[in-house]
Design a protein around this ligand. Structure first.
Ligand SMILES: *[C@@H]1O[C@H](CO)[C@@H](O)[C@H](O)[C@H]1NC(C)=O
Length: 457
């Protein structure tokens, strides 16, 4: 299906240090929970002469867990300016610095007798994930040919799932999950970072970024040639030039400007709904507490890690299958619900990554990802905090609220979101323009950039 080897390799190079890390770092914190809690207790005892009470330990632990989504929120906010100023590829490369800092902090935390270093490390890990969750789908969707754009950006979800599963496997007691090994387990996220640092520089920057943001036609053509091999590039180049002409004289928008543009109302609404739903489906936060949920379900303690790997694998299989299928929004969401019921847990993760690229133009895209990413991380934080209480109060029905969110989202998508598959970015924005200005008399007085653009063309 994918003709170009370079495109596949680009996907892998971007994915391994990108959304792979998001999944990996969510799941590796699961295995060493009790060891790190013991470490906190010990170090406190050494420092002050008194041990920590158990609810103080729980509090410190929840700080440690929530440092990750807080870092992610920070990452999502800096991702926008980074993507605009440094470019997509360079941002992904530089992003690895955060992981390296994090790995050093957690790797040496036991030696330094400091649990604060673990918290700080989780924060930096979160920043890395926040940046890559936003920039990687943007980079890949901008680099892919029109026909494959959805599928290529969906690979971000596959890499997340792959990260989840590998994190669970590495976290087994036989590997790095033993009592003595937790600093190495937490620092093991440096490996994918190093792989990306060696692999990604060989691949081209997003051609769209080069042409539309940088105005560098020559580099754009050479990047396209690398990505597409020897196929005919003229049609694609023409389309990009049309988009460049349409946004000429504009600079990249910030999130505030995005909120104030009526021409983008439906697009914005759609990404807000979907990116909130992604976390409110309870899918990712489930992995923070997977062991706990299965314990409540009465599965023997020593079998739990393997059951957890099972759920991760379900998600991996589903996301890989869907990424390689012909891709429709509605179909994907339907599949989500079934997968949800069957394996309790795949949210609209993939779609959320693709949608801002599909429905926003080059100038609005980074800002859209900032909004989308912030919501995503905020909700991960929210659901992550509420999850244990939901499990406690609803027991076996704890997935009902999440399921309701999933169904409502599917209905929204079914009724309100136009199909974007195989359309050019300009065609998609025309589609949304019809919705934004349908039956609105006051809209006549407003000429947004889209409006001006279409009168010019
Ligand atoms: C903390 O350490 C002390 C002393 O070793 C121990 O008595 C106590 O049970 C520990 N607290 C927890 C919650 O594990």
């Amino acid at each position: 299906m994918l003709q170009s080897k370079i495109l596949i390799l680009t996907i892998c190079a971007a994915g391994i240090g990108g959304t792979f890390q998001y999944g990996y770092n969510i799941s590796i914190i699961n295995a060493p929970t009790s060891y790190i809690q013991m470490f906190m207790n010990e170090t406190w005892l050494e420092r002050t002469g008194v041990p920590l009470e158990s609810n103080m330990i729980l509090l410190l632990w929840s700080f440690t867990v929530s440092a990750y989504p807080l870092g992610g929120l920070t990452g999502a906010v800096v991702a926008g300016p980074m993507a605009i100023m440094l470019g997509r590829k360079m941002s992904l490369l530089l992003n690895n610095v955060f992981v390296i800092i994090a790995a050093v902090l957690s790797g040496f935390s036991r030696m330094a007798r400091s649990f604060e270093m673990i918290m700080l490390s989780r924060f930096f890990t979160g920043v890395n994930a926040g940046v890559s969750m936003n920039i990687q789908p943007m980079y890949l969707a901008e680099s892919a040919p029109k026909k494959l754009r959805g599928a290529v950006a969906l690979t971000s979800a596959s890499f997340t799932a792959l990260g989840l599963v590998l994190g669970q496997i590495v976290g087994l007691r036989e590997l790095l999950g033993g009592e003595e090994n937790w600093p190495f387990l937490l620092a093991s996220n440096v490996v994918p970072a190093l792989i990306q640092l060696t692999a990604l520089p060989w691949f081209p920057e997003s051609p769209r970024y080069l042409l539309i943001d940088r105005g560098d036609e020559e580099s754009c053509i050479s990047a396209l040639q690398k990505l597409r091999g020897h196929s005919d590039l003229s049609a694609e180049l023409e389309e990009m030039l049309a988009e460049q002409a349409a946004v000429k004289g504009q600079r990249a928008k910030n999130p505030w400007e995005l909120l104030q543009t009526p021409a983008l109302r439906w697009q914005l609404m759609s990404i807000v709904v979907l990116s909130s739903a992604m976390q409110l489906c309870g899918n990712d936060s489930m992995y923070f507490y997977a062991a706990y949920v299965f314990q409540e379900a009465g599965i023997p303690q020593d079998k739990i890690p393997y059951v957890v790997i099972g759920t991760g694998s379900c998600e991996l299989i589903t996301s890989v299958t869907l990424a390689s299928l012909v891709f429709h929004w509605s179909l994907w969401l339907m599949a989500c619900i079934f997968a949800y019921i069957l394996s309790f847990g795949i949210g609209p993760a993939g779609v959320t990554g693709v949608l801002p690229t599909e429905v926003f133009d080059q100038m609005s895209r980074p800002a859209a990802y900032m909004i989308c990413g912030s919501l995503l991380w905020f909700n991960l934080f929210l659901v992550g905090t509420a999850f244990p209480f939901i499990v406690k109060s609803l027991a076996h029905f704890c997935y009902i609220p999440f399921l309701v969110v999933c169904i409502c989202t599917a209905l929204y998508v079914g009724f309100f979101l136009p199909e974007t598959k195989g359309k050019s970015f300009l065609e998609i924005s025309e589609e949304f323009k019809k919705r934004n200005f349908k039956a609105q008399t006051h809209a006549v007085f407003y000429k947004g950039p889209e409006e001006i653009k279409s009168t010019m063309l």
